[in-house]
Ligand binder design. Structure first.
Ligand code: ZN
Length: 527
């Protein structure tokens, strides 16, 4: 029933004028009601598509693929038509005017702003461009698979050249940007600029390279005990125990098995985690579960008043990922966490860890070693992979780098930043699908997520000075409450930078992350 949600979007100004504190229900504007009704339907259609998508990744038999593709495309088309109608544009324009004197931080004003941003994006890109890009992406992805298999960049090169051209064209649909890359970043990190990224990387890269050098000068820590098969069902059971203690609500969520881990939600009351269960490397399935539960806790902590509106989403891709990383690394790779869970873990996987001390386990789990790909990287080297790809993307968009030179540039940067050179292009420039699936501009959100997680963590520890002790005792309630109050409950009401500033007192900066890394790895490696 749409009517229930309509009254939940409160107009702060109207509250004051009409004395809502006296117990009367705050009024809503008729046009706001109309808009909310349309938005609720769009959200319903998208959530219905998400249910089908979840089923496709978990239980659907192979034979269902064709029909499922058609069902999803129908629902997505209906949602797009409903959302991009002229009436939505008119309502947004009128409501902006009607709300011009209202509190800029009220839910209603923010809702109109967020919806207007989405609307502009949805109508500015011509449908024939969208169709052309979808076709090119399909072809590029196939070419990339072949190129990677044969480690032959020349197979992928002409497709990538076209994708770069289309990315440049895409940027022209949004003429106000300072830099063509701004438009691409904005799709995953609204408000962030290329100039912000450059400043961030300039501060981060030399420090990471220096830290990596300091670590390399010390004796390597042992992690052979992780190179064994860890029973996948026991990993699952331990994972369930861990995320239950974190506060994952099983009445409003569930866990299933899949090949690529993910989280999806269809509303605050139905949050699904899907995990991959494999016996190696190490206890990676346990960490996959913790990571996805981090995304899930964000969704479960949403504000019920925002249900069926665009505010009922995370602030951005980076903010969402920061929460997965916070639970997976800042909590799940910390010593206090293992002080609590290690005895259980030893018992679950006996005899693998019988003679491995807690400290040896903790150090081994956090071993730093340059690797060829971001997905296998540790906390210290991870962002060097992100910086490398992002610098190349910016160069491509500016026209300062040509696609032809990418393999060589990729290897040169690997050597400079990580001290290793990929043995072939399959493990170098062709290593992952971000370019072939048209995701230029997406990578920076991984670094943003790291920075945000550490910045929040520093503030949380100031606000909850006893946190390590609580974690050591398996207590996570205060941590979850803090995150709900400062992050989860705001949904998409504030842009990431604003939300981080509200929570920590400053916009996203690199210092907390560098402090965190230096302290943690200084202890592990003894410098
Ligand atoms: Zn994630």
């Amino acid at each position: 029933m749409a009517g229930i949600e309509l009254t939940r979007i409160r107009l702060n100004q109207a509250d004051v004028i009409n004395g809502a504190r006296g117990g009367r229900r705050p009024p809503t504007l008729p046009k706001l009601r109309e808009l909310l009704k349309i938005l609720a339907e769009v959200v319903d259609l998208n959530n219905a598509a998400a249910v089908l998508g979840w089923d496709e990744e978990t239980y659907m038999p192979e034979g269902g693929a064709k029909a499922r593709g058609q069902q999803l495309s129908t629902l997505e088309r209906l949602a797009h038509i409903r959302f991009t109608s002229d009436r939505v544009g008119e309502l947004l324009t009128d409501l902006k005017r009607e709300l011009s004197g209202a509190d800029p931080n009220s839910d209603a004003v923010r809702l109109i702003e967020v919806t207007a941003q989405d609307y502009t994006k949805a109508i500015r890109v011509p449908p024939d461009f969208v169709g052309k890009l979808a076709n090119l992406t399909t072809l590029s992805h196939r070419a990339w698979i072949r190129a990677k298999k044969m480690s032959d960049f020349s197979i992928f090169r002409p497709h990538l050249e076209k994708l770069v051209e289309m990315s440049k064209q895409y940027a022209t649909f949004f003429p106000k940007s300072d830099h063509p890359y701004d438009v691409l970043i904005d799709d995953s990190e609204p408000g962030m600029k290329t100039a912000d990224l450059r400043a961030m990387f300039a501060a981060l890269r030399p420090e990471l390279v220096k830290l990596l050098g300091a670590i390399a000068s010390r004796p390597q820590v042992e992690n052979l005990f992780l190179h064994r098969d860890y029973d996948k069902m026991r990993q699952r059971d331990l994972g369930v125990e861990v995320i239950t203690k974190f506060g994952f609500n099983w009445r409003r969520g569930r866990l299933d098995e899949t090949t690529h881990p993910f989280m999806t939600s269809f509303g605050i009351g139905d949050v699904r985690i899907a995990t991959r269960l494999v016996p190696n490397p190490g206890i990676s399935s346990l960490f996959d579960m913790i990571h996805e539960a981090g995304h899930g806790l964000y969704q479960q902590g949403a504000n019920p008043a925002y249900e069926r509106t665009p505010l009922n989403e995370s602030a951005s891709v980076a903010m969402d990922e920061s929460q997965a990383l916070l639970w997976e690394y800042l909590v799940g790779h910390s010593l206090p966490f293992w002080e609590h869970f290690y005895p259980l873990c030893q018992k679950a996987f006996s005899p693998h860890l019988d003679s491995v001390t807690l400290m040896t386990f903790y150090r081994g789990l956090n071993r730093v070693e340059p690797s060829l790909i971001r997905t296998e990287a540790d906390e210290v080297t991870y962002n060097l992979h992100v910086i490398l790809r992002t610098e190349l993307e910016i160069g491509l968009l500016e026209g300062k780098i040509s696609v032809r030179d990418l393999p060589e540039l990729w290897n040169a940067k690997m050597k400079e930043y990580l001290g290793i050179v990929p043995p072939d292009d399959a493990r170098g420039v062709l290593q992952d699908a971000h370019w072939s699936s048209d995701q230029m501009g997406y990578f920076p959100c991984y670094t943003n997520a790291n920075l945000i997680s550490a910045q929040l963590w520093e503030k949380i520890n100031q606000d909850l000075p006893d946190l390590s002790n609580r974690i050591r005792n398996g207590k996570f309630e205060e941590l979850l409450s803090w995150l709900r109050e400062k992050v989860y409950g705001h949904g998409r009401k504030f842009e990431t930078q604003e939300l981080v500033r509200m929570a920590t007192g400053s916009g996203i900066t690199v210092e907390p992350y560098l402090r965190y890394l230096k302290e943690k790895y200084g202890q592990i490696y003894g410098f």
